[in-house]
Design a protein around this ligand. Structure first.
Ligand SMILES: NC(=O)c1ccc[n+]([C@@H]2O[C@H](COP(=O)([O-])OP(=O)(O)OC[C@H]3O[C@@H](n4cnc5c(N)ncnc54)[C@H](O)[C@@H]3O)[C@@H](O)[C@H]2O)c1
Length: 448
């Protein structure tokens, strides 16, 4: 009896988004997933890891780890460094990164869609999930697809093109944040929307988290930029109040607790070391890029521009806070705990903690770093330690609240150093303990 052929999906871009998306599809459907990355050093490294049944990044999310192992065992997740597999796929997802400040970004994006249009078959669903400047699909990608498909006697209406950006949050609930999350999408035409909707319904929990369909792809691209900009602007606002509070010995934490009681304000954030990571540092800038070069609308964004400028210097707020106690950094023995951009990830792209480390080093501190996930990088010229021995230091800076750090045995803390919590890592009850034990511990949001 002839074996029935399994349906296949391609996920182009095997990074922090493409990998969990590949696992999710392989796990929740009968499809075989072909993960595709570039044939360069990074791509080869990713391939090497995935073929050894290792994720290309570190994560503590047990659900992602378990499901990854399961789909690998079932041989449902394969990895390639060329686009050939897309010829046999009925669904193609594009999860590559895009940053207009990087050299040849538009050229590379065009090249990718040019290559896809040379291989894609009729009746294939092409979903783009990369965060893009609004208008990129309408003004750049779709005209390119149309033109190139025509050369193969295929109309754009013969494929289904849709945009549905990613909201995943790497960290302890990495997998869950894709599966159990509201998702937004838009199709190139009605049929594309419908086909995209049907596919999304197969892979994520749309029963509990219904999909939102937007009018068109440009709206959908803008939606992603708006939600990340909203967060970035709020962080900048908070930084202004934090600076004011440090200077004037105001208890911003208590103030925020009082404000949060108002229903309209209950998600206001706490002060922190800084805004980092791949998305919040770049996405808000996409709006002015779009306005200038893609949609050519001449709109201005003074609030966003100012916020991005404030956020880019936010680490200085923490430095001025610790300076209240560390007058001179030169030759001071400092332990910095955490270097990734946020808790429970190993990603140090645009990490404020990494920025802090380099600044402290430049100011002459004898600095050591401890991070439970990111353990070292030859190129960084920073000293990493893999054990906590607090009494060796004059100062200890808690910068990233990885789970293991949050659960640290407080009895391990030595009385010798002065400690700082720069990212809301410890709880009220911990501070009571520090006070009782006469451990000198200062919290960014409290007056010194
Ligand atoms: N990281 C996050 O938390 C997050 C969250 C939501 C949305 N996003 C968005 O998702 C997208 C992907 O982000 P990421 O963090 O996964 O980036 P990443 O850099 O970790 O991964 C992107 C991968 O795509 C590969 N790639 C690039 N061009 C390619 C090509 N032409 N062919 C094949 N592979 C190619 C790269 O080699 C890389 O491995 C971005 O637009 C990002 O803004 C990221």
């Amino acid at each position: 009896m002839e074996k029935s052929k399994k349906k296949e999906v391609a996920v182009i871009g095997q990074g922090y988004i493409g990998v969990p998306m590949s696992v999710l599809i392989a796990h929740n459907t009968n499809f075989i997933v072909n993960g595709i990355d570039k044939n360069n050093i990074q791509g080869n490294k990713i391939k090497e890891n995935l073929e050894k049944n290792l994720l290309p990044f570190k994560t503590k999310d047990q659900e992602l780890l378990k499901k990854f192992q399961k789909v690998k065992k079932l041989n449902k997740y394969k990895i390639y460094l060329n686009l050939d597999p897309i010829k046999r796929c009925k669904i193609i997802i594009v999860s590559v990164g895009f940053d207009f400040t990087k050299k040849n970004s538009i050229k590379n994006l065009k090249k990718l869609f040019f290559d896809i249009s040379n291989k894609i078959k009729k009746k294939t669903l092409l979903i783009l999930e990369t965060t893009l400047p609004p208008g990129t699909s309408e003004k750049i990608i779709i005209p390119l697809l149309k033109k190139n498909l025509n050369k193969r006697n295929i109309s754009i209406n013969d494929i289904y093109f849709a945009y549905s950006y990613e909201r995943v949050t790497p960290g302890s609930k990495y997998y869950d944040s894709i599966f159990n999350n509201y998702r937004v999408y838009a199709g190139f035409n009605t049929l594309s929307s419908r086909v995209c909707e049907n596919f999304l319904k197969k892979i994520i929990n749309t029963k509990k988290y219904p999909l939102t369909k937007l009018q068109n792809i440009k709206d959908c691209e803008t939606c992603k930029i708006f939600e990340n900009t909203y967060r970035a602007v709020n962080i900048a606002l908070l930084d202004e109040f934090t600076k004011f509070s440090i200077e004037n010995k105001i208890d911003i934490k208590k103030i925020l607790t009082a404000i949060r009681l108002r229903k309209t304000h209950n998600n206001i954030m706490n002060p922190g070391l800084g805004v980092g990571g791949y998305c919040l540092t770049k996405d808000p800038k996409f709006l002015s890029f779009s306005s200038k070069y893609i949609l050519k609308s001449n709109s201005k964004f003074p609030i966003i521009d100012r916020s991005m400028s404030i956020n880019s210097k936010m680490v200085n707020t923490s430095i001025s806070f610790i300076k209240k106690k560390i007058k001179i950094f030169k030759n001071k023995k400092i332990l910095q705990i955490g270097i990734s951009y946020k808790e429970d990830v190993d990603d140090i792209r645009f990490s404020p903690s990494a920025e802090l480390a380099f600044k402290l080093k430049k100011m002459g501190a004898i600095l050591e770093i401890y991070d439970t996930l990111f353990t070292s990088n030859d190129k960084m010229s920073l000293n990493f330690v893999d054990e906590l021995n607090f009494k060796r230091y004059d100062y200890v800076l808690f910068c990233v609240g990885h789970k293991k750090i949050k659960n640290i045995n407080l009895k391990k803390l030595d009385k010798k150093p002065i400690y700082f919590d720069l990212n809301n890592i410890f709880k009220k009850v911990d501070y009571k303990y520090f006070k009782r034990k006469k451990i000198k511990f200062f919290e960014l949001s409290k007056p010194i």
